[in-house]
Design a protein around this ligand. Sequence first.
Ligand code: 26Q
Length: 844
Amino acid sequence: MTLYPPQVKNIEYQIESLVDKTRRYLLTTLGRTLEEATDQEFYHAFSLALRETIMINWQAAAHTFLKNDVRMLYYISLEHLPGKILSQTITGLQKEELLQKVMMRMKRAYNTILECERDPGLGNGGLGRLASCFLESLATLQYPAQAYGLRYHYGIFEQQLWDGEQVEIPDCWLISENPWQFRRDLRRVSVKFGGHAKAKANVYEEPSYDLENFDEVWVLPYDVPIVGFQTKNPFSVLTLRLWSTKESPRNFHLQRFNAGRLDEAAENTTLTDVLYPSDHHETGKRIRLKQEFLLVSASLQDIIRHYLFTHDNFKAFPDKVRIQINDTHPSLVIPELIRLLTHKYDISWQKACEIAESCTSYTNHTILQEALEEWDTKLMQTQLPRQYEIIERLNANFCTSIRKTYPNDEAKVRRLSIIQDGKVRMAKLAILGSHTINGVAQLHTKILKEDLFREFYDLFPDKFSSITNGITQRRFLLQCNPLLSSWITKRIGDGWITDLSQISKLNAFTHDAADLETFLAIKRRCKENLIDFIQENCKLRDQKGVIVSPPPVIYPDSLFDVQIKRIHEYKRQLMHILHLIMLYQEMKTNPNHERIPRTAIFAGKAAAQYETAKAIIRLIASVAHKVNHDEDVSGHLRILFIENYSVTKAERIIPAAELSEQISTAGMEASGTGNMKLALNGALTIGTEDGANIEMRRAIGDANWPFRFGCTADELAKASYSPQNIAKEHPNIALALETLKNRTFARNDEEHFLFCDLYNRLTQNFDRYHTLLDLPSYYEAQKKVDALYQDPMKWASCAIHNVACMGMFSSDRAIQHYSKDIWRIQPCPIDKDILDHIQNAYGH
Ligand code: 26Q
């Protein structure tokens, strides 16, 4: 028998215990021995073993919230992008080293096992990822909270590029059993659609409605544990509750099926099947409306059930419940809560409206007109007759009050009305029905107040507030960039992990040559890691999707120039590729050029229906094809489009980035969060004065923000813009534009047609995105990039300075701000007695 000192013994015990549990789960749950188990099976058994560690804290957190009868926050979002749950759990528990040892002992490769989990792709982009950063921060800061979402069977599609064309493949993330979700049969609820609203009076003689001949849908929740980072207190675990209609046999309409109406028969079983894969575009589809209401109704029933667990009337409800709606998508919370209170719980209309307003707050994430939700009144009347009646009544009262304040101004009433031209305007409903509406960056909030919702701001100035977005440094530095993280911790200690403001201490390390060299060496290692990943995973496909060739050779000495985000005209991937075309032409015409070697990396999905965005991908791929095969520029220019951008891909790409492209048309990017992730990992930003870029620049200081360019939002509003003149004044721009028409890159007629269309869009006077207007200053800013890159020590110093100034861009800061000013909730650490009790009864 070996004798260990106590600490080693403890670690040794933990390792052995996990080895033992994993073996047991393999045998008892998967019916396999360790030797024959596949990596996937091993991943599953291992996750089940690790899961045991968090169950006690999960229960203890829930019991603590109940016992203390605290005010709870409920975060409702149609989208969530948590990334891999196993890796987040390991980071939270700080057990990475230990678990590596476990796997070594069991002869499995740590990274391979982590890769076995599929990302839950339950969102489109920024809005969904923000929800997940927020939930992680809420857990780490030990707030009493819970999030709600939908358990889409098919998350955001898997993107493949078939010879440059985006092809959407279904994302079956549930194909192998998922060990990180708990089906909660006891928490099943029913949601009603359609039918007839039959008026009756409530106890106050106010209108209330019974529903007849409705369609009833049963909804079942699955809980996903979100583990907070372990601090001096026991770590907290919050719940992400995802609703599904799939597993309830009664949702299937057998009679309709028997009558040959197959689609209608399966409509309710398939309600939560698919995430709408569009961002910044309102689709107005019936199933989407049903999804939104399903989430709202099920979550509200759950919230009320939880409240009634410790209360027998609604007096304390507005004190104990806070509901945050992530954009307008869940804004039916307002009429549905009013309905439940007045109809089911005998509360007066006036009181119910007050309660709904006290409980609800709304975050706006976009000012793009085409993304603002509106629903056809007919559709809403048919699907949600009672909720529609309530919206009408709310609106009638609202219009009356406007008329009182502004007599004889019917035009104003029309502009403010929630129902307008046969549509229900959801943003107006959300503003009217909640106590606070917030924008996600200062400029964004200013635009909401002064432009988009100006007249609402005039009426309710106190409702508007601004909370700049943030990101979790635990996933987007500690976990994804271990090399940089451990250097930072060596230099300034590990306080930054839970208090990012401490990262400012890094400012002391922006001068010493040895530090700068270490930083450069780390970046270099991260770039090599990404190159390895690309060589392994980014092979090119032919027109039929068959993998036919390796990716191009990438040089680690080149500048890694990165644009990773959804493909959208306002984000201006087109401007980026035009600049690369200009560089290419420069290198071709002047073999003695002095431009630095560059590797441009794009990643991002285009909405399936958004043809222009798909054409932009096609153009990037065609330019990449030509450039990467041209011997004349090999070693100087490489262009890559990495397929299927996801949280996991972001974690691979971000540590290697040196230049962060944040080049949206000023005023159009509400905040951006990729900008923060890239800067935190030591990339310098080339960016417009838009969204959170502005606040990042201010925090970092102009001297260390050298690549600012482009018009401001105010300048754009006044600019008279002639793309033709810009082309005339800048021959290199004209030449680059010509390539879109003269088949330089088009490899067939279809591409020729698509690129000509892009040309036309760019050269129209009314190009909303002002791409060519900013291109000359973008080009000049890129020259500054070249110049600075030639002085690596200066570049490194600037980059470390950027990292050091990112303190305020943590989602912890954002969550503390929401908690203090909007939700007024307090941290609620796990009660030690409750924890002990559960531990004694169930722990080992
Ligand atoms: C609406 C109706 C029907 C179907 C889809 C939609 C829909 C879905 C997603 C509309 C918009 C979205 C997504 C918006 C979004 O991601 N906005 C981003 O939010 C981030 C977090 O606040 C910001 O950082 C980004 O600037 C903003 O673009």
